[in-house]
Design a protein around this ligand. Sequence first.
Ligand code: PLP
Length: 456
Amino acid sequence: MTASDQGLLHRDPNFSYPVLVKGEGIYFYDEAGNRYIDGTAGAGNVTLGHGRLPIVEAMADQGSQLAYCFSTFFTNRPALDYARRLTELAPGDLNYVYFVSGGSEAVETAIKLARFYHLQRGKAQKYQVIGRWRGYHGATLGALAATGMPGLRASFEPYLPSFPHIASCYPYRCPFAGCQDRCNLTCARQLEETIRQVGADNIAAFIAEPVVMAGIAAGTPPPDYYPLIRQICDQYDILFIADEIITGFGRTGKLFAIEHWDVVPDIITFGKGASSGYSPLGGVLLTDAMQQGLSQQGQALPHVFTYVNNPVAMRAGLAVLDLMDAENTLEHATQVGAYLQEKAQVLMDHPAVGQVRGKGLTLGLELVQDRQTRKPFPPEWGVSKRIPQLALERGLALSGTSGGADWVEGDDIRFYPPLIITRAQIDEALAIIDECLGLVERDLRQQGWVPGSLAE
Ligand code: PLP
């Protein structure tokens, strides 16, 4: 960006944003000709990589035939076809879908439909939604009310309805005594405690990301977590919304990550990978029971966005499913995901790495001063900023966040590349992460850091 590039309001006024001009496969290029590995798949979007002509051609073809269709009075063939394809692939009886333009709209839709569902059943009081601390569900006020990340919420308090939150499943930094690393599901049982506290008659739904990426670096609950959540939700007539906006469409090797737990939610929200980032597209999948509940009074849904069922977005979604089919993306993501998880363990050779974890093509590294006590680095050392900065200079875009330990302290690094990545490209990215960790550790030692014991 140059000094004369004014007018566009960027999120961080202190950051100099490289201007990107081209993408190809897992790489993108800036105006200066620098090449980067897209190590966050554009925040989880570009699952099938950059420059995929079949998706672009499908969109151009649709745009030249019918670019827009007002969903209140009309429907369109691509929307009907995409709905059929997606509901056939979705788990259990998630046989209905409502298409919107992105993740936050999908979460807004899910919350409103959950409330409307209970209203139609004569349970108007069931309007609250329980979220989880460290859960991220979007930027709009309703989705933000369900979000449990204080740094994103605080500036917009108070919310319209005040949503209760329970702890996320975060074994590495579990707040419950005796639960660290092993997870005895106290965090899941907190859902029942909170339901009893607030009153089941006041709660419409519980929302959670199967694998947390924004609030925890690749936070993955143990096998018993979601079955217990499902059981508690059923017991108290509460809908379970799985927010798959970042995990959906193959990120963990399944079409939807919740399938790893063999649990069928009442609602799945999706976005990002649905169009592989080529078109604004999101949606909610609903079970047969949800659809019946919503329509039982014969009332039209009092909910619509201008771009519902947008034909061009629908063709992008269909083209993504075609490519995933042709390229066996889920199998590929499973295999290279397992390779990534195995190879990345070598990063534990760095004393500043407290844990390497993840599922499929999500990778999270916890950075600590002392591996045994898990003491975080002082936030002013900016460890989670320095590593992505060095990586960017070496051609790898990564994300790093702080606050993982207590909202102020705690650093982590996330790597979640396009699903088309190869083993050799994973090696290339891990080598850069390895080098950057080494460089930062060298600097930290010069700053006076003495690493804790390497023994487990
Ligand atoms: N939910 C989850 C789990 C997300 O990761 C995101 C975005 O990162 C959202 C919701 C919001 O989606 P969007 O930014 O497309 O509105």
